[in-house]
Design a protein around this ligand. Sequence first.
Ligand SMILES: [Zn+2]
Length: 161
Amino acid sequence: MKTPELLSDPVYHDEEAARLYLQEVRWPEGVFCPKCGTLDGIKPLGGNSMGPGWFYCAACQDKFTVRVGAIFERSHIPLHKWLLAFRLMASSKKGCSAHQLHRTLGITYKSAWFLAMRIREAMAPADPPILGGEGKVVEAGRGLPRAGTVSSSLRADPESC
Ligand SMILES: [Zn+2]
């Protein structure tokens, strides 16, 4: 499924559109249980008490939504705000700060920080290279005296070894 490019797309503003989009992305072959993985015996749940987007797994005898087992689990931030945050963080080389998400999404700074942390964790490489072996420290040169301006206290002592 193609990622909506325009920021005016309903998935970035409408909760129902965002939920349906995420369901299609997550379950293109049909809804499966995030706990046991079965495709059989999954039934959508309706009713006013449940709200939209709930499914029931007969094998687990438990209910779930598209949030369960995903980055959105146990978050109260609306899905369309999650999608907009993904879009904003992925569209810039330097990402997007929690302060910027806080202002743009209209959520608390604490929520924005939590959201940014989860997204950064999800975007991190699954198997990062292990740092080890001999390292080399490279000075950027900022704040270092230029050649010819070295103060007398930094000059090598000709008498020292
Ligand atoms: Zn199950």
